[in-house]
Design a protein around this ligand. Structure first.
Ligand code: ADP
Ligand code: ZN
Ligand code: ZN
Length: 744
């Protein structure tokens, strides 16, 4: 009898223990210890009991067998990681960094098995005639409740227990008595939690146009080069969602399943309803607002083949379908597809990897494709389809670009340009709706001294505080608050004030300049409560307000047919960031914002107010010219060697002691330069204090490594991870971010 061993990853998120540990499998557990199960094992010098995940089995000991400890037990409550998911976890770790345990937990949307819910039902045990006779007898004996139950059981063979209790007003004891008398049986039945509420399923399907039909046919055709990666570049409202529905429908007809990714914020009732109408109970949803039990049940439903479609944000990627046909990534350019904690994976790239493991296709959709996706389409790695027109009567809006410098010179000190004001008045008088869009909360709110320039900053973080209407200054990184001082703490001057308007101030300005206008505001402050986002959107859709003011969250895929005017208050706020994606992000925001106007029968107008009307992001967005923008942006990226033309690895060092951060940064960059000397074209930039140099009293340093080949950067990361493990860091952590979306 040969011994068998399990390779176990211990559930401790620390680089030092980030490797497999071998354990002997005792005879009694030989059946139940399999790859993917969670086990309890003794760990460390004190042999403390820990949880671990089995990732492999072997018959050979890597150490002298007598030194190998034994598995204590299998954790029956722990979720099992499927074989394919273990592969994906290793792929995530290798391509994005972080520990193996963090990667395993990423692919497991729920870690623990959850209790199944049960409902009771009542089954008829005798023939209809016998029941009828018994019912009559009960009537005579004036046992009314019993008679009601038996009468109901004459027509139905089984009935929900709760229905009998509540609708027929029958006590539990009465049902038990009838069970003892042998008329009926009470049974328990497990059922899945379903977060999708049943709704009317009638839908009016538009007659698809040629472009739509063509994409659906190609994607579903297994002879035509399928599976593959497809990029659908279609302006907002061009009918992309109809294409997704059509493709998924074909996949289901072939016995396959679909994952539909959407940015978390875009997962509204409206969106879900469109899928529910098409697929009914075969569609479900998974997102962060579900309870653990609801999440667990959706995973189980997917495994059991009870659903064909799952809709959700990036974590829905890991839904374990048996026969995946397609992964759709809607609004693929969205930032939220990149994870902000390790492993910092990108849902688009991960979708491509998962699809290739499963023999499935990937379909990316956007009105403003990411530079990455369009670049790969240009190289032929993705197949590109364009849908540049809106079906029906709806046409693209007219766009006016307004130079705010000129407004000021000509004496207009309002945050609304004369053109925007005129159009807003016009909309109010016609009873049409307006959306006002302010790039980002937080840029606007910062407080400085007009006399000496002193900026009010958070004492724990290296960021400026923003002012709220209640007079408090708030840090958006750590939540620190202090009352706004009456005088500048640096020079004592009383001229301490907000620099530019935030969403709250815009709302105030509207009330001042357009008395009587009904205003809704949507930003991180007004949407903190669970369904407030949805509530504000539906109130606006129901035309309960004339004007909606908000940050970027209002530009996401919502249809407001009543909106005929969109105003962008300060288009260039997002350009003023030291971030190589600033131009791309500004173009996306402006284009998407403009796409909100005129989605109904009436044509729309867009006003873009800016201090930099000549900036190419603004110019191309005003012309709704994606390709023009892409051409200019990709030339710039190529020139400076930024993604997607080259790849970039950002390394963040977080330290309790500032000097230790500086020193580790020096050591790591020196190591890269020395050990990777043969990698021609490798560039190392930094180390330097990170863009936000301190958060919650921890110092942040960063450096960047760039190269044309991703795998070279993976090697850099591996070497740095090894170095950190050997150096046994104390009071310091290191994080990696490949092709980052945000600067550290
Ligand atoms: P997108 O996802 O690109 O924003 P949608 O699929 O939501 O676009 O379509 C926008 C609107 O146009 C929807 O109301 C949709 O029902 C309608 N629509 C889509 N395709 C067609 C078509 N071929 N003919 C008429 N209306 C269509
Ligand atoms: Zn001052
Ligand atoms: Zn802070």
């Amino acid at each position: 009898m040969t011994e068998r061993y399990a390779d176990v990853i211990i559930d401790i998120a620390h680089e030092k223990v980030d490797r497999v540990f071998q354990y002997r499998i005792p005879e009694a557990l030989s059946e139940s210890v399999r790859p993917g199960v969670q086990v309890r094992v003794p760990f460390g010098n004190g042999n403390r009991e820990r949880t671990g995940y089995v990732v492999d089995l072997s018959e050979e000991a890597d150490y002298p067998p007598e030194k190998i400890k034994a598995v204590i037990s299998v954790d029956e409550k722990g979720m099992t990681v499927e074989g394919r998911q273990i592969r994906i976890a290793y792929w995530l770790k290798s391509n994005y960094g972080g520990t193996t345990i963090a990667a395993l937990k990423t692919v497991l949307p729920v870690k623990q098995k959850q209790k199944r819910l049960e409902k009771k039902k009542v089954l008829r045990c005798l023939s209809v005639e016998e029941i009828a006779q018994a019912a009559g007898e009960c009537e005579r004996k004036r046992q009314r409740a019993k008679a009601r139950v038996l009468a109901a059981l004459q027509t139905e063979e089984e009935l929900p227990y709760e229905l009998i209790r509540q609708k027929l007003h029958v006590a539990a004891s009465t049902l038990q008595a009838l069970e003892r008398q042998g008329y009926l049986r009470i049974e328990k039945e497990a059922f899945y939690r379903n977060p999708v509420k049943a709704a009317d399923r009638s839908e009016t399907r538009p007659v698809l146009n040629r472009a739509q039909r063509h994409i659906i046919e190609v994607l579903a055709d297994y002879r035509a080069g399928h599976p593959g990666v497809y990029l659908v570049h279609g302006v907002t409202g061009s009918g992309k969602t109809e294409v997704y529905l059509g493709v998924i429908e074909k996949m289901i007809a072939m016995g396959k399943q679909a994952i539909m990714l959407i940015p978390e914020i875009a997962l509204t009732y409206q969106t879900l309803l469109r899928f529910y109408k098409r697929f009914g109970d075969r569609v479900s949803v998974i997102n962060s607002s579900l309870s653990a039990g609801e999440k667990y049940d959706q995973i189980e439903r997917a495994k059991a083949g009870e659903i064909d479609v799952i809709i959700g944000p990036r974590s829905a990627l890991f839904t374990p379908f048996a026969n995946l046909g397609v992964i759709v990534v809607d609004e693929e350019h969205e930032n939220s597809y990149k994870s902000e904690s390790a492993p910092r994976y990108h849902a688009r790239e991960t979708a491509v990897e998962i699809a290739s493991l499963c023999g499935a296709s990937v379909m990316l959709g956007s009105a403003t494709p990411s530079m990455e996706a369009y670049y790969r389409a240009g190289k032929g790695e993705y197949k590109l389809y364009e849908m540049m027109e809106r079906p029906g009567n709806s046409v693209l809006p007219a766009v006016y670009t307004i130079d705010l410098r000129k407004e000021l010179k000509e004496g207009n000190r309002s945050i609304f340009s004369r053109k925007l004001k005129e159009l807003m008045e016009n909309r109010l008088s016609r009873g049409e709706q307006t959306i006002l869009f302010l790039n980002r909360r937080g840029y606007a709110g910062f407080i400085s001294c007009r006399s000496c320039g002193h900026v009010m900053k958070c004492p724990h973080c290296d960021v400026s505080l923003s002012e709220h209407r209640n007079g408090m200054l708030t840090c958006h990184y750590c939540g620190y608050q202090e009352p706004k001082p009456a005088k500048c703490p640096s020079c004592g001057s009383p001229y301490l004030m907000g620099f530019k308007a935030g969403t709250e101030q815009v709302e105030e300005a509207i009330h001042r300049e357009f008395p009587g206008a009904r205003v809704l505001r949507m930003d991180a402050d007004t949407t903190r409560r669970k369904d407030s986002y949805e509530r504000i959107l539906s109130a606006f859709a129901d035309e309960e307000a004339d004007i909606l003011v908000g940050t970027q969250m209002i530009v996401k895929g919502h249809d407001f047919p009543g909106v005929t005017l969109v105003g962008v208050l300060a288009a260039d706020l997002s350009l003023n960031r030291n971030d190589y994606r600033a131009g791309e992000r500004t173009f996306q925001l402006l284009t998407q914002a403009a796409g909100r106007a005129g989605r109904g029968e009436r044509p729309g107008e867009v006003v873009i107010q800016t201090y930099q009307p000549e900036h190419y992001s603004v110019v191309y967005a005003a012309k709704q010219d994606y390709r023009g923008f892409y051409g200019e942006e990709i030339a710039y990226r190529g020139l400076v060697g930024y993604p997607p033309v080259e790849h970039m690895l950002a390394v963040l060092i977080v330290s309790r002691v500032q000097e230790e951060g500086e020193r580790l940064g020096e050591e790591m960059t020196n190591l890269v330069k020395k050990e990777m000397a043969d990698a021609a074209g490798l560039k190392v930039i930094g180390p330097a204090p990170a863009a936000v140099g301190k958060i919650a009293d921890l110092y942040r340093h960063s450096f960047y490594v760039r190269h044309g080949e991703y795998r070279i950067l993976v090697e850099v990361k591996d070497r740095l991870e090894n170095y950190c493990r050997e150096r046994e860091l104390r009071g310091q952590t290191v994080q990696f971010d490949f092709d980052p979306m945000n600067t550290f």
